[in-house]
Ligand binder design. Structure first.
Ligand SMILES: Cc1cc2nc3c(=O)[nH]c(=O)nc-3n(C[C@H](O)[C@H](O)[C@H](O)COP(=O)(O)OP(=O)(O)OC[C@H]3O[C@@H](n4cnc5c(N)ncnc54)[C@H](O)[C@@H]3O)c2cc1C
Length: 573
């Protein structure tokens, strides 16, 4: 995308969101130790932070040159086995055991949202339960010969100086430790490379529309010429009405109204493929509010850390480990039941040794996806359950290609597609197109003899999850990736096939909630994120069905102070 006047971008809006309260909780952990009712063993402070980080941190750095032929990514087998037969499982165990441990706060789910919630409540010595064997959720990575790469998340918005995220990054020691992408990335349409499609167009018939929309997205980003940037989560009451109005229509409808007709097929494909990649969704279904939030936001600068956003997850975890006892950080701990009992909440989980245990807590933050929260909490309200059932979650595959040569440092994110793809049937088109783009995986850490390319393949339609979990899925999709890598991607980058050392795939069954038109306007998101029985809170990207780091940060900043207040003012009954 071209270089713009970058006063504001999607993430820079965060600065304006009025998060004064959060700063109290970001500000250190000096206040609360006197109200702890933590089990005695919790006084054991971290004695082996480094080995622990290598065992359960977001990066698996144990892979050799050639990885085992299996998917990385999510590992849902145990969860599926137990949670989809929860009643039977509990019955076989002789019922849920009584609590054997007390805690001020339990956080369920150790992805970015859970880590941020834990960090922001660290003065309460929270217990963090994560079903996977590593913390980080979708913000995890691996490593090849000392170069970290991402298994999913790639970048974030450059945090504005002095804003909440900037302050947080300072605290966890990562401020400025990322590379900023400025200016346009090329796009390849049907084998032809366009360096700045938004200024030049592709064919003469598309040029006027590309240029017109270029100006529009720039105006939205900068809130110029009467345009407004739709910030999500909505914090600014003045913007609520306009953002909600934008949420009622699809992004496609919005753009067609804007250009007073149909989009040129190339314009349509550039925009739609962006959403296939960014959210496994299409611009035909997502709201105009979410569409503008993401698309106009990406006309600004983006920040790329070594190994993607797992870098933030790792630094957050390292900071948590300075204050929270190591034994409170529990990977391989699958939560199976959360229930409010009197003034407290009982959280039952299957621990790393497959033992079923219960913790009695004053409060709980649910940082797992809502479709899982709905299984864990038996008595959720029926309207909330309906809202949860109506959220679409989409599947994703990506491949990291390890290459034994440097890359000409000329782009960060490279989209490529065949302009002849008929886009009327999204599933058919997506199956033909396969991956939509690749990022220069070690952009933040260029190397003079090695390169990692991260190739993205979202599934922008319902029902793909079953296919990617088929028994033969690994070989099938590896074959498809390799085919596209060898026949399209490597030639595009002038990389000989013989320089590819390994291809490593990550699989995600349902990592991305889709910001469908109407999710905000219908009141659904408010149903999703409101506290349950005053002591169970929800902090996850799906609170707003908007999958990005900023949603996780925003929701953790909004809810964690409320949880901490509650915990501080309540005695354990
Ligand atoms: C392919 C891909 C690319 C992406 N790229 C970007 C990007 O470039 N930039 C960006 O900002 N965002 C990106 N995202 C969005 C990303 O999901 C968010 O940025 C963020 O990482 C979400 O964090 P979360 O904690 O809300 O959710 P998750 O990461 O899904 O974390 C939820 C956690 O809950 C755990 N859990 C679930 N059930 C249980 C249970 N019963 N007991 C205990 N634990 C449980 C899970 O194991 C998981 O660790 C991408 C996502 C994907 C899939």
């Amino acid at each position: 995308m071209p270089e713009f006047n970058k006063n504001l971008n999607r993430r820079e809006m965060i600065k304006l969101m009025g998060w004064g309260v959060a700063s109290i909780y970001l500000g250190g952990c000096t206040t609360v130790s006197q109200v702890q009712e933590i089990p005695p063993s919790a006084v054991l402070k971290s004695i082996a932070a480094e080995p622990a980080m290598s065992t359960f941190g977001p990066f698996d750095r144990t892979m050799g040159d050639i990885a085992p032929r299996r998917f990385s990514g999510d590992v849902p087998e145990k969860g599926h086995k137990i949670l989809w037969n929860k009643k039977e499982f509990i019955a076989k165990q002789g019922g849920l055991p009584p609590p054997t441990e007390n805690a001020n706060l339990v956080v369920v789910g150790g992805g970015m949202s859970g880590l941020l919630s834990t960090y922001m409540s660290r003065n309460q010595n929270p217990i963090l339960l994560e079903q996977g064997d590593r913390f980080g959720g979708n913000s995890r990575g691996e490593s090849w010969q000392g170069i970290d790469y991402s298994l999913a998340t790639a970048y974030f918005g450059v945090p504005p100086e002095g804003g909440q995220i900037d302050e947080f990054f300072k605290q966890i020691g990562i401020k400025g430790k990322y590379r900023v992408r400025k200016g346009a990335d090329p796009i390849v349409v049907d084998g032809k490379t366009y360096d700045d499609v938004w200024s030049t167009g592709t064919v003469p018939e598309s040029t006027a529309q590309f240029k017109f929309l270029n100006q529009h997205f720039t105006d939205v980003l900068n809130e110029a010429n009467g345009q407004m940037y739709p910030e999500i989560p909505i914090k600014d009451e003045e913007k609520r009405k306009r953002t909600t109005a934008l949420d009622k229509m699809t992004f496609k409808k919005y753009l067609e109204k804007l250009v007073k007709g149909k989009l040129h097929p190339h314009v349509e494909q550039v925009i739609d493929h962006y959403f296939w990649s960014a959210g496994a969704s299409t611009y035909r279904e997502i709201s105009a509010a979410a569409g503008l939030n993401f698309f106009a936001g990406d006309f600004g600068e983006v920040a790329v850390a070594p190994g993607g956003n797992g870098f933030i997850a790792e630094a957050t975890l390292a900071s948590i480990m300075k204050d929270v006892p190591l034994q409170n950080l529990r990977p391989s701990s699958l939560v199976i039941d959360v229930r409010v009992v009197g003034q407290n909440v009982h959280v039952s989980y299957v621990d790393a040794q497959d033992k079923l245990k219960t913790i009695k807590a004053k409060s709980v933050i649910m940082s797992c996806p809502k479709f899982i929260a709905a299984v864990l909490i038996d008595d959720l309200e029926s309207d909330r359950l309906r809202a949860i059932k109506s959220i679409n979650y989409r599947g994703y595959l990506l491949a990291n290609v390890l290459v034994n040569q440097p890359l000409k440092d000329s782009f960060y994110d490279l989209f490529f597609f065949d302009k002849n793809n008929p886009d009327n049937n999204v599933k058919e088109s997506a199956l033909k197109q396969r991956a939509t783009d690749l990022v220069y995986g070690n952009y933040a850490k260029p190397d003079n003899s090695r390169t990692i390319l991260t190739v993205f393949r979202g599934f922008p339609y319902e029902g793909a999850r079953a296919g990617i979990y088929d028994p033969g899925a690994y070989e099938k999709y590896r074959g498809e990736f390799e085919d596209q890598i060898h026949s399209n991607i490597l030639p595009m980058l002038n990389i000989p096939k013989s320089n590819v050392v390994d291809v490593r795939m990550a699989r995600w069954g349902h990592p991305l909630p889709v910001p469908m038109a109407g999710n905000i306007a219908s009141g659904k998101v408010e149903l999703l994120r409101k506290p349950f029985k005053k002591r169970v809170f929800f902090v996850e990207q799906d609170n707003w069905t908007l999958p990005c780091f900023e949603t996780a940060f925003s929701e953790a900043s909004f809810w964690t102070p409320k949880v901490v207040d509650l915990v501080m003012n309540q005695k354990m009954s």
